[in-house]
Design a protein around this ligand. Sequence first.
Ligand code: C2O
Ligand code: CU
Length: 473
Amino acid sequence: MPIDYLRRSFLLGIGAAGVLSVFPSRTVFAQSGGVLSLTAQPTKLDLLDGQGPITDVWAYNKTIPGPEIRVKQNELLSTVFKNNLPQPSTVHWHGVRLPNAMDGVPGLTQDPVLPNQSYTYAFRPPDAGTYWYHPHVKSSEQVGRGLYGALIVEELDPPKVDRDITWVLDDWRLDETGAVQDNFSNMHDMSHGGRLGNVATLNGYDSKTFEVRAGERVRLRLINAANARGFALSFTGHTPEVIALDGQPIEPFSPINGRVALGSGQRADLIIDMSGKPGDRFAVDDDYFSGQPYRFLDLVYSEEMPLRSSPLNAAIRLPANPLSTVEPSQAETIDVRISGGAMGRMKSANFRGVDTGIRDLVKVGKVWAINGKVYDPANTSPMFILAQGKTYRMRLSNDTAWPHPIHLHGHVFKITARNGAKAEREIWTDTVLLAPDEQVETIFVADNPGDWLLHCHILEHHEAGMGAVVRVV
Ligand code: C2O
Ligand code: CU
């Protein structure tokens, strides 16, 4: 899936291949009271799917994505993380409402895990759904080199499907030799849209096709693991039903034109009935960036006879997760105003206690602020102190020229309005995508004690100052 507008010479001509990719099977870790070992290390992988050079990457257990971890809701997940990277790391379990000490944020919830050291994470995920894990140290580089994996928390009674499949989406910035370009955290990426790549991958491969069977019902779990890129996949010829966003169940709906958009860090669970005929072929396009669409891959129907003649007649609605009930009448409002970036209006911001002009901020690699304050990982004192059990309305305003997927750790929140218009459906989420100049109102119960990060999931934006600490006591 070369991305056309950034296509590199060595990638030209790859797009036309008609062969079916055979996906090497991934290690799927089915938790059964055992302990998972997760080792981050440099390795070599064939991201270009046999059609280009091998790439030096960093990976968990030598695969990209790392092992798909599957655990039943509320079951104990124990992971021994071993750091065999040349730099410190941690594991963050994105979207899981876990105890603060397991959240994997260095300097906030734990010390970084140094090279050759280990750290044990153990928690019981309270919510079923689609989550993922990734480092929270030098994330732009570590995620950008390939460190991420899916964490699937299974419902005790999941909807009936023929296949339950995970698509971890990513993009890579490769040079002509197939190597990952090491210009991480450069000021251009940090001040603009983040590190966008030139090759898109599905589960670690630049795959052109994905095989399906006529008549089957698939639960497709999409995870956007890219540093910065949004994906908006359109499933031509199909009618996907969205049953969960960011792990949280939603009243099933079919999105307009079968298009599912995900900012960095976000997930969607879809139910797709494969309504084509044996031998059919349908495009899945990504048009997140308008004017720059490209073919993500083709769904290719096998020649096998249809699995059934009419769609499976089974409920697709997911059981609710045990979220706290919001008390709107008692809610207190907190404001989160985002400013900065290229073409922005921010002239100065508070950095390390000093009001600093934008030119001086740029010199120290900072260019974004929340409520006028640049996030400093060396000083994690909280911007917001919330009372445990209380309901808060969090109003986010994007006072910048860029979209931002804003992620809150340890909690989920409900989107109540966008630009003053009441939300059309009930969405609980851990990451909300704000368009330029957009305002989003949310509501949630601060029910998980500890210090939690609130930050942009465009990893370069976070690094350049777009973050804050929320303390729940
Ligand atoms: Cu996906 Cu703060 O992280
Ligand atoms: Cu951002």
